[in-house]
Design a protein around this ligand. Structure first.
Ligand code: FES
Length: 110
């Protein structure tokens, strides 16, 4: 199993918000956004939109989807699927677990 990154307490990311874990910590070469979706669960995607340059963490969370703040492409937080244009490539997902109230991110793991 890959190493986990402690993202913080579950209380640190309110529902409907996200936090970026810097590439220096993820070890994947990419910033990763950890989202607290409106189903109460936490999900992680590469932070950069697959369309152009935008931080998905700065987008809008609706249910278990995030809308890019630049051109409004939507991605499924559960599997990274690009749900509408202009994005045509899915976002890469990463495993997230909650253990004893801490959010653990496993960069590169599904
Ligand atoms: S940069 Fe995200 S939809 Fe264009």
């Amino acid at each position: 199993m890959s190493e986990s990154v402690n993202v913080g307490s579950v209380d640190d990311i309110p529902e409907g918000e996200a936090r970026v874990v810097d590439a220096a910590e993820t070890g994947t070469g990419e910033d990763i956004a950890v989202f607290h979706a409106e189903d109460g669960n936490f999900y992680a995607l590469d932070d950069e939109c697959t369309h152009e340059t935008a931080s998905l963490a700065e987008g809008w969370i609706e249910g278990t989807e995030v809308e890019c703040p630049v051109h409004a492409a939507k991605f499924c937080l559960k599997d990274g699927a690009a749900l509408c244009l202009p994005a045509t490539r899915d976002a890469r997902t990463h495993k997230v677990e909650v253990v004893d109230g801490r959010i653990l991110l496993y960069p590169g793991a599904r």
